[in-house]
Design a protein around this ligand. Structure first.
Ligand code: PLP
Length: 257
């Protein structure tokens, strides 16, 4: 049977990030993509103009509909908006026998908040403990742990600070550092350094969503975590290289590269 992957995330009306990026990634990687919408954003290449979260019952009902009938081999979480939604989703994940890729989305590239500040404690205490892989970028590491990374060497300290909260693996995304795009994947024992040349392309909207969805897609297909992350990194590197201009701001990564 075709592997089935579920994204629990926000909608990006511009089609570049969120649920829309997740489903495009899943299609490109040959799995069946499904979605639980947590929030709706009015969004384009210039930023987020508005965001509305769904009621917790609507999120729970979507999740149960999918998991109880169709089943999932992996789940990815993205924008969860509020403490209430973070806690409800963490409970659902704890109840699901499938790996969970948690992208602890905080703020968009344009600086728009996608998670309430009051939800950070719930991410730390409820969501990270049920993650198979957590995929924070350096801003999210700083928000969650207080660790500010300024060099590649600092990625180790960041990983240790996130692992304290209990995810099995953490992938620290060092893409905001100058030079090559370097990420560190570790479970506290093994270390995998992933390096890709930086593409001089500002059209990178949806990078984080794409990476996390690609990891979930490969986990659903049976890869180990290090193998899934390696394939996902190659996929997102291609998608960023092919990112294209749309609207008047930052365009999306391309899933048709
Ligand atoms: N909008 C939604 C709904 C998202 O889930 C995300 C990221 O996870 C973004 C926007 C931000 O995308 P980016 O920071 O790549 O522009």
């Amino acid at each position: 049977m075709r592997p089935r992957v579920l994204t629990v995330a926000g909608s990006d009306s511009g089609g570049g990030a969120g649920i829309q990026a997740d489903l495009k990634t899943m299609l490109a990687l040959g799995v069946h993509g499904m979605s639980v919408v947590t929030a709706v954003t009015a969004q384009n290449s210039r930023g987020v103009q508005g965001a509305w979260e769904l009621p917790v019952e609507a999120v729970r009902a979507q999740y149960r509909s999918v998991v109880d009938d169709i089943g999932v081999q992996a789940v990815k979480t993205g924008m969860l908006a509020s403490a209430e939604l973070v806690e409800a989703v963490a409970e659902l994940l704890a109840d699901t026998d499938a790996p969970a890729v948690v992208d602890p989305v905080g703020v968009s590239k344009h600086g728009d908040a996608l998670l309430a500040a009051s939800a950070l404690d719930s991410v730390r205490s409820r969501l990270l403990p049920v993650a198979t892989v957590a995929t924070p970028n350096l801003d999210e590491v700083a928000q969650l742990t207080g660790v500010h990374v300024e060099s590649e060497e600092g990625l180790r300290e960041a990983a240790a600070a996130v692992l304290v909260y209990g995810p099995r693996w953490v992938l620290i995304k060092g893409g905001h550092l100058p030079g090559d795009a370097v990420d560190l994947l570790t479970d506290g024992t093994e270390e995998h350094w992933l390096r890709a040349p930086r593409h001089d392309n500002r059209h990178t909207h949806g990078t984080g969503c794409t990476l996390a969805s690609a990891i979930a897609s490969r986990l659903a297909a049976g890869d180990s975590v290090p193998d899934a992350v390696r394939v996902a990194k190659a996929y997102v590197t291609g998608a960023v290289a092919a990112g294209f201009a749309l609207g008047g701001g930052i365009g999306p990564v391309d899933h048709g590269w």
